[in-house]
Design a protein around this ligand. Sequence first.
Ligand code: TEU
Ligand code: CA
Length: 551
Amino acid sequence: MTADTLPWWKTATGYQIYPRSFCDSNGDGIGDIPGIISKLDHLADLGIGFVWLSPVYASPMRDNGYDISDYRDIAAEFGTLADFDQLVAEAGKRDIRIVMDLVVNHCSSDHAWFQRACETRDCPEHDYFYWRDPQPSTNGPPDDQRACFGGPAWVWVESVGRYYYAHFGAQQPDLNWHNPALRHDIYDMMNWWLDKGIGGFRMDVIELIGKDVDARHYYEGPDMHRFIREMHQKCLKGRDVMTVGETWAATPDTALGYCGRDRAELDMVFNFNHIQAAWDPHQGRFGPNLFDLVTHKMILNDWQVALAEDGWNSLYLSNHDLPRPVSHYADDGDYRVRSAKMLGLVTHMMKGTPFIYQGEEIGMTNVRFDRFEQFRDIETLGQFKDQIAAGKDPQAFIDGANANGRDNARTPMQWDAGHAAGFTQGTPWIDVNPNHRSINLDQDRADPDGVFAFYRNMIALRRNAPVITHGDFTLLYDEHPDVFAYIRRWQGQELLVVASFAATSVEVKVPDAVGADGWTCLLSNLPSIKIGADRKLRLAPFAAAAWGKGI
Ligand code: TEU
Ligand code: CA
């Protein structure tokens, strides 16, 4: 396949915007769509091809927009439908597509469907949700399933004398995908947005839509593929758009079921195996960080292998639910800038479509909240209650939330060293990281060796070196505890990427076939990384480089 016949999303780099925390245009302390429009030149300059926009729909914002009260309107604090249309148009002028977040596993309890469903059992909307009668033996809920954000997953509604199912939070009731009328309404809504010329959808927890609540089979449930296929048929087929599913349960064994060429379902899924491998199986994200590079490499390699010929990978280290990569995987102190470049390079040079999360392009770090009142995230607040009630030490929980909680990604984008990091003229809805005085876009961009300049070069390299898009993938040094390295090959082009995750110097021997005649260093985070005549490569802390041949 040549570059011309490839879909645009296989050659583009994506950029995720969390609207609430990106840029506030009117001083109310909340980021908004006009704010995003004002920063489109920054994104164009970086070289990105599409934006994944976290939800901007009408919402009471209990989960910052992942709780939608009207799928066909924009949240008042984010702007208007006219602002949205302007965003699509202005982005289009810069060759940037807008990919919307599709949150249809659940809606908000403020949605008119749910309001009506709670009034009476005898209305069509009642059947838009999963209702169960009290258990005859106990007169209580059907089972003891807990919600992700704390509390029970089955919630009682007195007016109809039934429980409804809410996987995430009580105010995020799950939509009953088994009802054809609900599916019809969702597809209509999707087509309405697609007709506006958006670039596609990132699909929130799409793996949950085929669940069997009675069997307690939630992830990758019995009807999931049937529904995704129907959605493809009714909305996506024949349109030049990109879809990526959020799938926490997908593995290299199930991934092709979503994105295989003949499946007619999705283009890509987000793999979370490498994310969850660093979580304690019992304590989850608020437990200790168990990051281990050998496991990390093995998982990513398995995904590269599984989707080598068919399907397509997404590549990322951060999003709005995850900690900042420099803090989590490398060093956010003295080696912050070098670490940020190393992590970017080793992630983006694999086969797939890379996603950057806002702030990653300047190496933003985790924040430290000392007071519990500083946390905003519904998961952190809900799990605190649940876990403290279950006997967890509050300080241990707060340490866990600082290390791996979702608010790390949600502190405002750091544009400059001024008031509130240039994010707002007013008081931000969540505290700005105090390190914005030294870590901000203004300062980083002024430095030719800054993270931004590196990311821009890295994105440009993708455009000029087809081996990055097409090449096969061979992992090197599988068992090395500190070095992540691989070779990519395509039609005579070769690419070698070597990255050190160690805070001390390490040495590896490069294979004979690479690094000698005809090879040049394409990009590195240190000027002095050289392959010696003895084939030895001495890597300073967090060093990383890409060498190419025939590029
Ligand atoms: O995330 C799903 C999800 O499972 C994570 O939020 C959560 O961190 C996980 O339960 C592990 O602790 C998606 C969105 O990305 C997230 O922001 C939403 O809050 C969630 O769905 C509900 O819509
Ligand atoms: Ca605002």
